[in-house]
Design a protein around this ligand. Structure first.
Ligand SMILES: [Zn+2]
Length: 90
């Protein structure tokens, strides 16, 4: 087993280029709470109406569920332009 080799390769797996500013970015996962539909998407700025609507699951469900990981959505975080680019999943 080449344990040392796989450990040194790990940072490379997470390193990507930011699609917006092309600075080095990191692949990661954004977690929600552990009930179904906790990650919902509404277009536009934050509002109390959308917050209320999310209780009734009126938003677009995004992200995925996995036992142990809960509700999550994968994406890219760029420290240079301070953006999270999220992968909606399927
Ligand atoms: Zn960027």
């Amino acid at each position: 087993m080449t344990l040392g080799c796989s450990m040194s390769d790990e940072p490379q797996d997470h390193a990507v280029e930011c699609p917006l500013c092309h600075a080095p970015a990191v692949r990661g996962t954004l977690y929600g709470t552990d009930h179904m539909g906790s990650l919902q998407w509404f277009p536009g700025p934050p509002s109390w109406k959308d917050n209320l609507a999310s209780v009734m699951y009126a938003g677009r469900l995004v992200g995925k569920m996995r036992g142990g990981a809960g509700a999550y959505i994968e994406g890219i975080r760029c420290k240079s332009c301070k953006r999270l680019i999220l992968d909606e999943g399927s």
